[in-house]
Design a protein around this ligand. Structure first.
Ligand code: BGC
Length: 773
């Protein structure tokens, strides 16, 4: 058992192996990856799994979701805020740390059940003194403004004075190890004692001057008695350090507890921040570290009851899937509709914390089925930013609402126009200029959210307004080509970013058509049965019967490329004329090897694609295509997809199952589930691939369990269990009920109602009544 690697109290506290992700040894090369894997988030903030004592190889970022800043960089990005992890222990000036000492024993483990990070180290300094340092940290979900660290420090072969530095580090800068991209997003407004002891630091973002306060207090106990002496606060520029010391005796364990709190001006007035933080810490200390941890664990217990997936007979995969669910559910925020979930969650700096289509297409289904309040917040986030999307459309010469390819806090386009190469040359980045399908994803997200949650109120009000404005965008984005009597979307990039730009990307055109079609019928429904909402919509959007008529024509005549006379859909106009290069080899991880042809040619000259594109369309709109079409297109494009994006394997897995390609589907699921754990994309140091976490969930639930909602609104379960699995078990919400779905090896299914009313479900083609357990 992994917990056997920990001693004493810690061992008793930790969970069994299916909940644990272990780092069994320290390898500096792997440290940044583990910082991402071991990041903790409570939805409000996220902190990477950096070591308390710091070090040279670290990207020790802490982000509060929604705190963005631009300063000298190309875009608004989540600002790295002061890091409060710092606890340094010294014996006669020697730091007890991984980089300074010989590591005699090393284990770190993420306990996903309790959402805490544990460590156990034996470190030997240059003079041969050995210290056992164990500990845990957590960011409370019971009270998102409380974070804590508890260390157990035991001198193994010496006695003496241990000096302590308790640190809040405000020097952290974004892109710390990337020359030219480095940027400091905050300036310091306070670095002072919290109270009679402790540290308080306040920083403000440089553009909007949004203040964040962070405070901490530290205590040391031996046998329940407080022993930290000679406390002293020093402000070292942007570092706040509190010194103290205690007498340590061989074989006797000292417990060090650090209590931390953070608030921003988004939750408390600027002039109250210091008091707010201090009072929060006082409250935390009165309650006690372990009691707060208990409350936090109770929240996670409930979250896991809702979200856990259990696979019997495939232990490693079961745990890897749990890992993905853990990070996704931890980052979702059920309390704040001003924040989204960034492409790297809150676990790393790539993409600046921006929301992409990743949210609606990959993550939203998980939240809609499991945590509908969070899903609603994600939808409301887009509604709050509707005006900004309208301004974005105007800026680009279009009508309606064009959602930015990358979205931060204010809804303006945050995809950089330029990027800098190491030689200082700048290269123009055209992604935001051409990649427009995010606007369709927002529209599709509303449809899907409502289909799953039945939140009709949202659909008839905010949803209808967004859908109208996005439809208006698409109508203005389409060009009428008289000689062909059709509408086209030219100079556009589809999901496959290796062909940029193209004309008439099928995915984009199809979803534009769908958006127009869907809103036309929605408006009709409003007109017939919801006159109040209809009137409001008309008034707010200024929509006319004439405009709707025009939309009818546009959607009817949008060009949808395909190979004439065949079932093959064409990714974009002219795709089939490109050199036909196919994938022929797979590496030891069963991953496609870049075809030789790409040594002399760019992918854009060939049919090799980065990620699911036509296949993504079939995933979203499968009901509009025949089984034959789906199979033939899957087979065609699968041989030409290199999965250069993490947004691809999960979709190929789900679609593989649809077409009966079971063994590949299983391999794709493995790829997706281990993508970050094994660093398969080689960039996990930059953060967890958020879309993939949602994709993994979809692969299991929509793919292997075969869950879907029919046009009649009935939940369908039609599993395809891989031969490796003995059983599959998970929960989801449908209508007003919470259901447990259990699937056996032979694909037989039991659906039980855990909460709410009994209901009918279509299981393997039979209508069955699901009743209470
Ligand atoms: C993918 C996009 C994705 C983005 C953020 C890119 O590499 O091609 O589809 O939205 O990453 O995850």
């Amino acid at each position: 058992m992994i917990k056997d690697r920990f001693s004493g109290k810690l061992k008793e506290m930790l969970s069994s192996d299916e909940w644990m992700i272990l780092q069994p040894e320290y390898d500096p090369e792997e440290n940044l990856k583990f910082e991402s894997l071991f990041s903790l988030s409570n939805g409000y903030l996220g902190i990477r799994g950096s070591h308390e004592e710091g070090g040279k190889i670290t990207l020790p970022y802490l982000y509060i979701n929604g705190v963005f800043d631009k300063s000298e960089t190309f875009m608004r990005e989540l600002a790295a805020l002061p890091n409060w992890l710092g606890i340094k222990l010294f014996i006669e000036k020697e730091l007890i740390g991984i980089e300074n000492c010989q590591i005699l024993k090393f284990s770190r483990a993420l306990d996903m059940k309790q959402a805490l990070l544990a460590k156990s180290l034996i470190l030997r300094d240059k003079k041969g003194r050995e210290t056992l340092v164990e500990g845990i940290r957590f960011v409370s979900r019971a009270n998102v403004h409380r974070m804590g660290i508890k260390l157990y420090v035991t001198p193994l072969n010496y006695s003496g004075i241990i000096e302590v530095e308790n640190i809040i580090d405000g020097t952290i800068i974004n892109f710390y190890d990337a020359p030219r991209f480095k940027v400091k997003h905050t300036y310091m407004t306070a670095n002072e004692p919290l109270d009679k002891d402790g540290i308080y630091m306040e920083v403000a973002t440089r553009d909007n001057h949004l203040h964040t306060g962070v405070g901490c207090r530290i205590e040391a106990y031996k046998n329940g008695k407080s022993i930290l002496k000679n406390r002293m606060f020093h402000a070292f520029g942007e570092q706040g350090v509190e010194f103290g010391d205690f007498d340590a005796a061989e074989g006797e364990t000292v417990e060090i507890i650090k209590y931390v709190s953070m608030y921003t001006e988004r939750e408390a007035a600027r002039y109250t921040l210091h008091t707010k933080v201090k009072e929060e810490i006082d409250g935390f200390m009165v309650k006690g570290f372990l009691e707060e941890l208990e409350a936090h664990k109770t929240v996670y217990e409930e979250m896991w009851k809702a979200a856990d997936i259990r696979i019997a007979g495939d232990f490693e995969l079961d745990r890897a899937i749990r890992f993905n669910v853990f990070h996704l559910m931890s980052t979702g925020n059920e309390n704040d509709s001003r924040v989204n979930v960034g492409a790297k969650l809150l676990s790393g700096e790539e993409y600046g914390g921006h929301a992409f289509w990743d949210t609606e297409i990959f993550m939203l289904p998980f939240f809609a089925y499991i945590f509908p309040e969070t899903a609603k917040n994600l939808e409301s986030y887009r509604y709050h930013l509707l005006e900004a999307a309208k301004a974005n459309a105007r800026k680009n010469g279009f009508k309606g609402a064009q959602y930015p390819w990358e979205s931060a806090d204010d809804g303006t386009e945050q995809c950089p126009d330029w990027t800098i190469e190491p030689d200082g040359s700048c290269y123009r980045c055209y992604v935001a200029v051409y990649e427009h399908h995010v606007t369709a994803a927002v529209a599709y997200g509303i449809y899907n959210y409502v289909k799953i949650t039945r939140d009709l109120d949202f659909l008839l009000n905010q949803g209808a307004e967004i859908l109208t404005e996005t439809a208006r965008f698409w109508a203005s984005r389409c060009e009428y080509v008289a000689e062909k009597d059709r509408y086209e979307i030219n100079q556009v990039t589809g999901p496959d970013e290796w062909h940029e730009p193209v004309n008439n990307n099928l995915y984009t055109n199809y979803l534009a058509k769908w958006n127009l079609r869907y809103v036309i019928s929605l408006i009709d429904t409003l007109k017939k049965g919801h006159s109040k909402e209809y009137d409001t919509l008309m008034e707010k959007t200024g929509l006319t019967a004439r405009e709707i008529k025009d939309w009818e024509i546009v959607q009817e005549k949008i060009y949808l490329p395909r190979k004439e006379g065949t079932d093959l859909l064409e990714q974009f106009e002219g795709y089939f004329k490109l050199e036909d290069v196919v994938i022929e080899k797979y590496d030891e991880h069963d991953w496609p090897v870049r075809p030789e042809a790409l040594k002399t040619k760019r992918a854009s000259q060939t049919q090799i694609i980065k990620q699911a594109d036509v296949v993504m369309l079939l995933h979203l709109m499968g009901q509009e295509f025949t089984e034959d079409e789906i199979r033939k297109n899957y087979e065609y494009y699968e041989k030409r997809t290199l999965h250069g994006s993490s947004l691809s394997p999960s979709i190929y897995s789900v679609m593989g199952l649809k077409v009966g390609d079971d063994s590949k589907a299983y391999r794709y699921l493995k790829r997706a589930a281990f993508l970050d754990l094994l660093n398969l994309q080689k960039n996990t140091r930059e953060g967890i691939h958020a879309a993939n976490t949602g994709g993994v969930w979809q692969t299991v639930v929509f793919g292997f369990a075969g869950v879907s909602i029919g046009e009649d609104g009935m939940l369908t379960v039609r599993p395809h269990m891989p031969k490796e699995w003995e059983g599959l078990d998970f929960c989801l919400r449908h209508r007003n009920s919470r259901l447990r779905i259990t699937i056996s090896r032979d694909n037989s299914v039991s659906v039980k109602v855990l909460e709410g009313e009994a209901l009918e479900v279509n299981v393997n083609g039979q209508i069955v009544k699901a009743v209470r357990e």
